[in-house]
Design a protein around this ligand. Structure first.
Ligand SMILES: [Zn+2]
Ligand SMILES: [Zn+2]
Length: 136
C-alpha cells in the first residue's frame, strides 16, 4: 500500500510531502514507467536501461525519497531497478545525481532524518494525529 507522508523542519520551516511505497497498482505503474522509458522519456540512458529488461518486464519500481545535495531539496519519485541494478536518477533542476534515501520513513520516526536546508531534525507534520493519505 502506498502512503503519503508530510514532514516539516521546525528550525527553518522547510516542508516536504512524499508519496511512498509500492501501491496496489505496482504492476501497472512499473509497466507504465517501462513504456515511458522505451519511448525516451528518461533519455537515452533510460532506453539502454530498459533494454536490459525482458519483455515480461522485471522492473522493480517503488516510490522513495530522493535528496539533491546541490538544491538541498527532497523529492519523492520512482526508484527503478532491474535485477538489482538501479537506474540513476538526476535532479530535474540541476542534473546532479540524486541520492536515494531508502530509509527515510524509519529515519523520520527514529528522529534521525535531517533537514536538507539547515540540518535540523525533520518531524512528522501531523500535530500528533496520525493520518494516511493513500495514493493508490
Ligand atoms: Zn530546516
Ligand atoms: Zn538539484
Amino acid at each position: 500500500m502506498g502512503q503519503g507522508l508530510d514532514v516539516k523542519c521546525p528550525s527553518c520551516g522547510y516542508k516536504f510531502g512524499a508519496l511512498l511505497g509500492e501501491g496496489k497498482t505496482t504492476g501497472y505503474y512499473a509497466k507504465k514507467i517501462q513504456e515511458e522509458m522505451k519511448v525516451g522519456k528518461y533519455g537515452e540512458e533510460g532506453k539502454r536501461f530498459i533494454a536490459k529488461a525482458r519483455d515480461d518486464g522485471i522492473l522493480d519500481c517503488q516510490k522513495i525519497v530522493f535528496e539533491c545535495k546541490t538544491c538541498k531539496d527532497l523529492s519523492s519519485d520512482a526508484a527503478m531497478a532491474i535485477n538489482g541494478e538501479a537506474f540513476p536518477r538526476k535532479c530535474s533542476r540541476c542534473e546532479t545525481p540524486l541520492k536515494p534515501w531508502f530509509s527515510f520513513e524509519s529515519d523520520l520516526y527514529m528522529g534521525s532524518a535531517k533537514c536538507p536546508k539547515c540540518g535540523g531534525t525533520l518531524e512528522d507534520d501531523y500535530d500528533g494525529i496520525y493520518a494516511c493519505t493513500c495514493w493508490d
